[in-house]
Design a protein around this ligand. Structure first.
Ligand code: AMP
Length: 410
């Protein structure tokens, strides 16, 4: 696709895209925008970082701009459901960017902040609502919001929502929607539960698949460092002596560990902050702002908190702990190399994490280069890689995933 002009978009949207310095559509935008403009349902296999927000937001902005009806009280025309507050804010900001020359009202609602201002905004009338499931249900239960005249429904990052245990909330929300609507379903992966949910929601959908695993992995220079668990903090500190690690996102599996690492870094004169689900919304936003502005060099995050982080110029993603789901690895390293930039992903792997590494390499269909040239290299951690001793729980998990992959030929 050469340019946005060929997609049949109205002038104010084209102008907004020019202002955002988007020169041409990303593959998902080129594939998804035409069927969405025709009013079709859509199944999109794509992760954050592919440009999918514009892919779903632009057609709804165009549709609402063309009908030009003022927003109704408490009854949005479009709902975008996202798993986290950060992603809700991010999506909402993108909608404002693409709709800057249109008279369309959008807002984001999520938990962790007062419901009252959100209810007031909804009462004044909103066209496009971005929401996390829990707060959305609260608003519905308190009659602050009605979904019976919804025209467009977007379920974003469906696989992550299911991982986070939102399935019953999502079913309740879908049950409250009108039968006649345009439905869009986005997921980075398609586990059985996600494809069942998509089946219940979508009617004759257009399908768009952006090979997320391969493309993300290609742009990121990856390496794995074998290290004993007790040496991981020292290894992180020694890496950070290199000033080319200018803006680093460090991942841990637990909130507790995220806090500890941030504390340790600060006590060693590395400006760091932690972001995870126990932090207030205000604290999370502040941490993100400081990180974006370069006031903190390192942001330590858990997987859930990292969803939707769209900070430009993250030079390094450091997996302090290997993720236990391969998809999380892809999401994590996708925080660097945003929108075509390149970046580096460094993974610390201890002896107990080798099976995770093995799963990740299978998923990305590549083996991650090993860097032994660091002071904490552990022969023990490196020795039996990959072990093949996959715990029983994971062995059960694999056949289902393979079932999905094989037809796509990934
Ligand atoms: P998303 O996958 O929607 O989170 O988008 C990822 C990043 O790509 C965001 O920073 C967008 O601003 C940027 N982006 C989206 N579409 C384009 C485009 N066509 N050209 C350049 N950047 C884009």
């Amino acid at each position: 696709m050469e340019s946005f002009d060929k997609l049949g978009l109205i002038e104010p949207i084209l102008r907004a895209l020019r202002k955002a310095q988007y020169e041409k559509p990303t593959p998902i935008q080129a594939d998804a925008i035409p069927p969405l403009l025709e009013g079709r349902d859509l199944m999109g296999i794509a992760q954050t970082g592919t440009g999918k927000t514009a892919a779903f937001a632009i057609p709804m902005l165009q549709r609402f701009a063309e009908t030009d009806v003022p927003p109704a009280r408490k009854s949005p025309r479009a709902l975008i459901l996202t798993p986290t507050r950060e992603l809700a804010n991010q999506v909402s900001a993108s909608i404002k960017t693409y709709g800057r020359y249109l008279n369309i009202v959008s807002t984001a609602v999520y938990g962790g902040v007062s419901i009252i201002p959100q209810a007031r905004t909804l009462a004044r009338g909103v066209d496009i609502l971005v929401a996390t499931p829990g707060r959305l249900l609260d608003l519905m239960n308190q009659n602050m919001l009605y979904l019976d005249s919804l025209e467009v429904f977007v379920l974003d990052e469906a696989d992550r929502m299911l991982d986070m245990g939102f399935i019953n909330d999502i079913k309740r929300i879908i049950a409250a929607l009108p039968v006649k609507k345009q439905s869009l379903f986005f997921s980075a992966t398609m586990p059985v539960a996600a494809s069942r949910l998509a089946g219940s929601l979508l009617k004759n959908p257009a399908q768009v698949k952006i090979n997320p695993l391969a493309t993300t992995a290609e742009k990121v220079e990856q390496k794995v460092l074998f290290v004993d668990r007790k040496d991981k903090e020292a290894l992180l500190l020694s890496l950070l002596e290199d000033s080319s690690i200018y803006r680093a996102l460090v991942f841990t599996r637990t909130k507790h560990r995220a806090n500890n690492i941030a504390k340790k870094l600060n006590s060693n004169r590395v400006n760091a902050d932690a972001i995870h689900g126990n932090k207030s919304q205000g604290a999370r936003m502040q941490a993100l702002r400081n990180f974006s502005a370069g006031k903190t060099r390192v942001l330590v995050a858990t997987d859930v908190a990292s969803r939707g982080i769209d900070v430009r110029g993250i030079t390094h993603v450091i997996n302090f702990e290997m993720p236990n789901e391969p998809e999380s690895y892809v999401h994590r390293i996708g925080r660097t190399a945003r929108a075509g930039a390149s970046g580096e992903a460094i993974s610390f792997c201890d002896g107990d994490e080798r099976s995770y590494l093995c799963d990740i390499e299978r998923t990305i269909k590549a083996s991650i280069p090993i860097d032994e040239e660091h002071p904490y290299h552990s022969k023990h951690a490196a020795s039996s890689r990959p072990s093949g001793n996959v715990p029983a729980k994971r062995r059960n998990f694999r056949p289902r995933r393979r079932q999905f992959r094989s037809p796509a030929g990934r």
